[in-house]
Design a protein. Sequence first.
Length: 240
Amino acid sequence: MKKTLILLYAAIGYLIGMASVAYMAGFIANIGVPKAIGDGAAGSPWTAALTDAGLLWLFGLHHSITARASFKRWWTKFVPAAVERATYVYMTAGLIALLVLLWQPIPTTIWDVRWLPGQIAIWALYLGCWGMMVAATFHFGHFRFLGIAQAWERFRNAPPPGGRFSARYLYAIVRHPISLGWIAAPLLVPHLTAGHLLFSLAALVYVLIATPFEEADLIEELGDAYRDYRRRVPAFLPRF
């Protein structure tokens, strides 16, 4: 019964996690969601900028803290390892909900593309960016990334697979395709507002600060394999 509940908990978390990703795609695009990046009463742009940047950095800080090996060792004293990642997904979804609810629009237009072929091209890039981020999760295990694989292994009493380092597909082009997606996606809309630009810049600042700490953990874990990978593959801007 306990194993079944763990699997159910993780499965619901997976669905919520994927729904959160879909909502964020609609939120940034200003399409198909109850509250989007441009919705709400516009107030002081400086207040909005500080509020929105704070929400984005809170979201990022949660990721950085919970990704640390030291935090996981402490956290799994209270949360079973089988649901540790699923619980992270629930927490992430909660922070996305908080960001959406408290986000303040900054409607100043940066550009507004009205030419239909231009709009189609921009939307294609936008969808491609989200596709890239989702595809990147399959590199190291999509279902493990969202916590359901761990619960399934617990359900089957199967040991987790051994860890291995691989630098293929998207990760052979850039080291951090998901971070690149969060920076680029807000800019890939036909009607770009100051709110979109703030989202991108806040994500960029956070990523530039957090990435060295994340890579230090990877070097500690993987040693020369990751040092060599870091020399060969750029962090964000591809070298074809």
